[in-house]
Design a protein around this ligand. Structure first.
Ligand code: SAM
Length: 276
């Protein structure tokens, strides 16, 4: 008998994967945590029934949440990743020699543990001496951090449960204060097909806080609709500029960096760029 895992991405649509083995499936303090070994995408982290990351396509998301900001900043020394308990964003951040410290603030220790156990290629950098892993709420953490970070990446789940506050204007204002005077924020902001209101509201909130705000896109097969957005808020550096030497990547390169900001018309209208 075959076993298939289906994520209902909307009330009317799902992605379904043939499962070869269920490696773990339990309720943590915050969410249902599962790691499935799937025929198509390899091992897959699923939280509350939503695909978070998979062995076969994680490189796209983790490279694109990290390298745009890490390249746009001339010398990112101190980096904060909020969420991101799988460790993929941290792995990408550490590819820069300039990085002196990388902090991970993940609210659910269970995510870190299962990622270390079942997804070592993604979580491998969590043991790097430059990394400090904190099990805490990212909302509270940024409130107590002033002028500390060059780059902050918000690698959160969808705006449900403890992640709801990670999409609030107050949170973005606290991030602005936690960044140094030339800092850069990147937040994952969901799908232009299925989460239009969220993209529009997040962009508006971030642009009320940051002088430079841009949206960029990447193609991620296992995320709802396959097209994903990221919103960058920058205090002074132009997000489209690449200021570092190339790093070892599978998806990201300088042409992809600049091209990611070229938005289709149906996305331009979410950020007030229609007709430009
Ligand atoms: N790449 C995935 C995506 O785009 O949906 C998200 C990766 S990561 C698994 C998301 C993490 O955010 C989860 O592990 C979750 O526990 C964490 N998280 C949610 N709310 C949080 C909060 N307030 N503070 C810190 N971490 C939080």
């Amino acid at each position: 008998m075959e076993l298939w895992y289906t994520e209902k991405q909307t009330a009317n649509l799902g992605i379904t994967c043939l499962v070869q083995e269920t490696l773990c499936n339990f309720k943590s303090q915050f969410q249902q945590v599962a790691v499935l070994d799937t025929a198509q995408f390899g091992k897959m982290l699923v939280l509350d029934g939503m695909v978070m990351t998979t062995e076969k396509d994680e490189f796209v998301y983790h490279e694109m949440i990290a390298h745009i900001a890490m390249q746009a900043h001339p010398s990112p020394k101190n980096v904060l990743v909020i969420g991101g308990g799988d460790g993929g964003a941290i792995r990408e951040v550490l590819k820069y020699d300039a990085v002196e410290s990388a902090e991970l603030v993940e609210i659910d220790e269970a995510v870190i543990e299962v990622s270390k156990k079942f997804l070592p290629e993604i979580s491998c950098a969590l043991s790097d001496p430059r990394v400090n892993v904190l099990v805490a709420d990212g909302i509270a953490h940024v409130k107590q951090s002033l002028g500390k970070y060059d780059v902050i990446l918000v690698d959160s789940t969808e705006p449900v449960g403890p992640a709801i506050g990670l999409f609030a204007e107050e949170f973005y204002a606290d991030i602005f204060k936690a960044l140094k005077k030339d800092g850069i924020l990147v937040a994952q902001t969901e799908s232009p097909f299925f989460n239009r209101d969220l993209i529009e509201s997040s962009y508006a909130r971030i642009s009320r806080v940051f002088p430079l705000t841009k949206l960029y896109l990447a193609s991620i097969p296992t995320y709802p609709s396959g097209l994903w957005s990221f919103t960058v808020g920058s205090k002074c550096y132009e997000p489209e500029n690449c200021r570092q030497k190339p790093v070892n990547t599978k998806y990201y390169n300088f042409a992809v960096h600049r091209g990611a900001f070229c938005l289709p018309n149906f996305v331009k209208e979410l950020v007030g760029e229609q007709g430009k």
